[in-house]
Design a protein around this ligand. Structure first.
Ligand code: PEP
Ligand code: MG
Length: 573
């Protein structure tokens, strides 16, 4: 074959990280590793021995889960690490352990007993909606772990893959993605998943080239093939040409701009980072973030026996401010819902956790004490020379909710005045992530210093499409005209109400959308740190008039397909 006839084959998917990598394909198929044959005749099986084997496997599974939990907490965040605690709870769930015991008593070996005992609960969860359906995946994970330990299966160790591996998989769970080491893995590609799937979000936090949602064609790529993962173009190329390799090795070649940027005609756009742990601050600074546009504080509250006290929180917020002495740090107050288990909180089960008591609804209800402590810590932390602290409230749906949050701040300030405690009132704003908040944006903007649009939730609620449900992933797309119009309304209201307006949902970090977002009138864009250099580079090339014309054209369209035709560089349609 001559160089001209080079047989590069290209597979299209959705780019999850604007990075490229070349390496050797390795298929990851945990299900195949745990397939079992027919069980032996019951009379040949010793139940006592099987019970002992099951107990040993359970103990080993606990140890593995603790190690994976710690590693994930260090590398990705406490919130993401919590999934391993849930897995440990399944190991002790009586419905499962009793089921295994009963199957062993019936003469099955431990591994077959485990398969049988998990079957019913997996089917029950799989038949439910949204988050409950995801529990089925968690149960499968735990079952496969136990079967692997019982059969001596040698699971691919995701944390120490050979250097230069391109991992291929049907899907990657959060726990699997979190184990990948960016220094060893050249990239990954999956059959399933979208830009907001957990695997994609983790890939961005970890800085791993990734393409998701390639579809079944990915199966055509064999282990050991030479593969290029181009997370920017959203393509996976087998046997890439020397030019394609060279381009990938050269990386994006995007300059890191430490200073704030403006459009070509001089409109400043703040480009900030979303972080969920203190460990991520360093990466945010390294990528040139102007500040933090969304500091998710859930990590402070997860995986512990009791909530953090006021002093501990003051320290954490000051540390974030110290990382950006000339910038702004937007801290979001606790946003927990029925779906994130926090042992010391009373969280009743809900069939529809996304529509239940989450965010500000808990802060003004059952978590009022936690909310007060957090606000006290924030007001104290705001009294610092370093940086500017801003505080925003999640899941606001009504004007009275926002007013109640402002009153809570006021009453703490009064107490501090009386007790002569040093404090400052931070900028106060709210997230626009419910359709009601977008409709009420004029009244909310009148009362707020700023609005920050959370497109992950706003899209899910505007489109009535669960952000975690693959079956409706196609509808969960912020380029839907309905979502664009909700954003446009919000921005107009902020302008009229003299509030600045930012965006901190995943949409803000999509470099294909920077011009549209600037044209819609956003003052600030906040994103996973890894996309900051691309977005800053894009901003500098934008002419505001052109961007505004683009925004007008797209918001007037009737369909997402028509919107996408206006977006240069958009390869997903
Ligand atoms: C959002 O909803 O867009 C958002 C940024 O918040 P989270 O993803 O934490 O719900
Ligand atoms: Mg949200």
């Amino acid at each position: 074959m001559t160089a001209d006839q080079h047989a590069a084959r290209t597979f299209d998917g959705t780019g999850a990280t604007p990075l490229s990598g070349v390496g050797t394909a390795v298929w990851y198929d945990p299900a195949a590793e745990t397939e079992l044959g027919e069980p032996p005749a019951p009379e040949t099986v010793d139940p006592d021995e099987q019970r002992e084997r099951f107990e040993t496997a359970r103990e080993q599974a606990r140890e593995e889960l603790v190690a994976e939990r710690d590693r994930t907490a260090d590398r990705v965040g406490e919130e993401e690490a919590a999934v391993f605690d849930a897995h440990r709870q399944f190991l002790d769930d009586p419905q499962i352990t009793d089921g295994v015991e009963a199957a062993i008593d019936d003469g099955l070996p431990a591994e077959h007993a485990v398969q049988q005992a998990f079957e019913g609960p997996i089917e029950q969860f799989a038949a439910m909606d949204g988050h409950m359906a995801e529990r089925a995946d968690d149960l499968r994970d735990v079952r496969d772990r136990l079967v692997r330990l019982l059969t001596g299966g040698d699971r691919l160790d995701l944390a120490s893959l050979p250097e230069g591996t391109v991992l291929l998989a049907e899907r990657l769970t959060p726990s699997e993605t979190a184990q990948l080491d960016a220094d060893r893995v050249a990239g990954f590609a999956t059959v399933l998943g979208g830009r907001t799937s957990h695997a994609a979000i983790f890939a961005r936090s970890l800085g791993i080239p990734a393409v998701v949602g390639v579809g079944d064609e990915l199966d055509e790529i064999e282990s050991d093939a030479d593969v290029l993962v181009d997370g920017e173009a959203g393509t996976v190329i087998v046997d890439p040409t020397p030019e394609q390799r060279e381009q990938a090795r050269g990386g994006r070649g995007v300059e890191i701009r430490e200073e704030p940027v403006s459009t070509a005609d001089g409109k400043p756009i703040e480009v900030a980072a979303n972080v969920g742990t203190l460990a991520e601050l360093e990466g945010a600074v390294a990528q040139g973030a102007d500040g933090i546009g969304l500091f998710r504080t859930e990590f402070l509250f997860l995986d512990r026996e009791a909530p953090p006290d006021e002093d501990e929180q003051v320290e954490v917020y000051r540390e974030a401010l110290a990382a950006f002495p000339d910038g702004r740090v937007v801290v979001r107050t606790l946003d927990v819902g029925g779906d994130k288990p926090i042992p010391y909180l009373d969280q009743p089960e809900s069939e529809n956790p996304f529509l239940g008591q989450r965010g500000i609804r808990r802060a003004l209800g059952p978590d009022a004490d936690l909310f007060e402590t957090q606000l006290r810590a924030l007001l104290r932390a705001a009294a610092t020379e370093d940086g500017t602290l801003s505080v925003m409230f999640p899941m606001i749906a009504t004007v009275p909710e926002f007013e109640a949050a402002l009153e809570a701040v006021d009453s703490i300030a009064n107490e501090f005045d009386e007790a002569s405690i040093e404090y400052a009132i931070p900028e106060l704003g709210l997230m626009i992530e419910t359709p009601s908040a977008a409709f009420m944006a004029p009244e909310l903007a009148d009362r707020a210093d700023f609005l920050s649009i959370g497109t992950n939730d706003l899209t899910q609620y505007v489109m009535a499409a669960d952000r975690e449900n693959e079956l409706v992933a196609d509808l969960h797309d912020p380029r839907e005209p309905a979502v664009l119009r909700a954003i446009a309304r919000t921005v107009d209201a902020a302008d009229d109400g003299d509030a600045w307006v930012g965006m901190c949902g995943e949409m803000a970090g999509d470099p294909d959308l920077t011009e549209l977002l600037v044209g819609l009138g956003l003052d600030e864009l906040s994103m996973s740190a890894v996309t900051i250099p691309d977005v800053k580079a894009n901003v500098t090339e934008i002419e505001t008039d052109d961007a505004e014309a683009l925004a007008d054209r797209t918001t007037a369209e009737a369909t997402r397909a028509a919107v996408s035709k206006h977006l240069t560089g958009d390869r997903t349609q």
